[in-house]
Design a protein around this ligand. Structure first.
Ligand SMILES: *Cc1c(COP(=O)(O)O)cnc(C)c1O
Length: 386
């Protein structure tokens, strides 16, 4: 089976991890700060905090922005559940903004309309999570302008988008947001096995997230209520978690970062080849906004079902039967049973549901060969025949 995504682990990666195993620190050593500096410098952010997953990163990002009971978090329905769940972790309520039918990202016009209504109802969001689906950035300038007008905070869920650019600058520099989050799960662009990171240019947010990452504990005398009792002393000044990344993971991350630009470049080559060789089939290929350079975590096609002799489900089953590990990103979050119990219904976000009825993620990973890609293309041609 050709998987839809797969990590690339080199001998240099293995040596880096083994080096940590033989060192004094398996956790809380020098490698995590080194990974943080490497990523922060690469993308152009002032502060970076490595954590054990993007899910944890989203959680502490929301808490640092003050999200809590009585507040609202809004995001796109077409995302992994973690982009919405982070609001629920904080006791806030979650709502969704439908997608743009071309980019599949949260639609800024739908956002504007919903904000105007929420202002009348007194239910404006405190946080909007902008998900860069497939690696293509959201319309961040429009979102930032609305954030200023309506007073909400912006988190970029850039789990798909490390290495990509918006208007010529790396995603993660937080020019249009308060906090950006990356994921390093093995299917994503670079990996630390499990792992994530939050980035910000705001020192206070960075310091709050650093506390939340490790139990709410500080060893910084300027943050304590009184002088230290002795050299062993620390104070818990907030309720935090253990969301720390290990040294092994950070060493793998530092090593993977060396190949980030190469990885994204390879994904662009593969996407260009898909674009060319799938051009005449009854499918909609990904639309690339001219303003941005996608991280290209995913290559999603949409079936033009009126021109194809089979259903979406039949096409997926046939592709899998032919050894093509296609997938679907994502089941709209508001249709999940947990969210339906909160009052959401099928039909609430029609563009997202239409997308779900037609979308298929084709295999896309840096080590994919042209032969493998040709197999995928031949199979897609077969299942999309009239
Ligand atoms: C993968 C992913 C996450 C969660 O990442 P983890 O590191 O697995 O916690 C969150 N949001 C999006 C959009 C993702 O794709």
């Amino acid at each position: 089976m050709i998987p839809y995504g797969r990590q690339d682990i080199t001998q240099a990666d293995i040596d880096a991890v083994v080096g940590v195993l033989q060192s004094d620190f398996l956790t809380q050593g020098p490698m995590v700060p080194r990974f943080e500096q490497t990523v922060a410098q690469h993308v152009g952010a002032s502060h970076a905090l490595a954590v054990n997953s993007a899910t944890s990163a989203l959680h502490i990002a929301c808490l640092a922005l003050g999200l809590g009971q009585g507040d609202w978090l809004w995001t796109s329905p077409v995302t992994f559940v973690a982009s919405a769940n982070c609001g629920l972790y904080c006791g806030a309520q979650v709502d969704f903004v439908d997608i743009d039918p071309r980019t599949y990202n949260l639609c800024p016009k739908a956002l504007e309309l919903k904000l105007a209504q929420a202002e009348r109802d007194g239910t404006l969001p405190k946080v909007v999570v902008a998900v860069h689906l497939c690696g293509q950035p959201c319309d961040m300038q429009a979102i930032q302008e609305l954030a200023q007008r309506y007073g909400f905070k912006v988190i970029e869920d850039a789990s798909h988008a490390i290495g990509g650019k918006y208007r010529g600058e790396f995603i993660g520099n937080c020019r249009y947001s308060d906090i950006t989050v990356f994921s390093f799960h093995p299917v994503k662009i670079i990996t630390t096995a499990e792992g994530g990171m939050t980035l910000t240019n705001n020192a206070e947010l960075a310091s709050r997230m650093a506390l939340l990452r490790s139990h709410g504990i500080t060893r910084d005398p300027t943050q304590m209520t009184h002088d230290a009792d002795g050299p062993w002393y620390y104070q818990q000044i907030d309720l935090g978690f253990n969301y720390r990344m290990t040294e092994l993971q950070a060493a793998l991350g530092v090593s993977q970062m060396e190949r980030l630009d190469q990885y994204v470049g390879r994904r662009h080559q593969l996407a260009a080849r898909y674009n060319e060789l799938l051009a005449r089939l009854p499918i909609t290929r990904p639309w690339q906004h001219p303003d941005s350079y996608s991280g290209l975590h995913l290559y999603v096609i949409r079936l033009q079902l009126d021109k194809i002799g089979r259903s979406h489900r039949q096409a997926v089953d046939l592709l899998r039967g032919m050894g093509i590990g296609v997938n679907l990103h994502y089941i709209p979050v508001h249709t999940q049973p947990y969210y339906q119990r909160m009052g959401f219904h099928v039909g609430d976000f029609p563009e997202s549901e239409r997308y779900y009825a037609e979308a298929i993620s084709l295999p896309m990973f840096q080590t994919m060969s042209e032969e493998q890609q040709d197999d995928v293309i031949a199979a897609v041609r077969k299942v999309t025949a009239p």
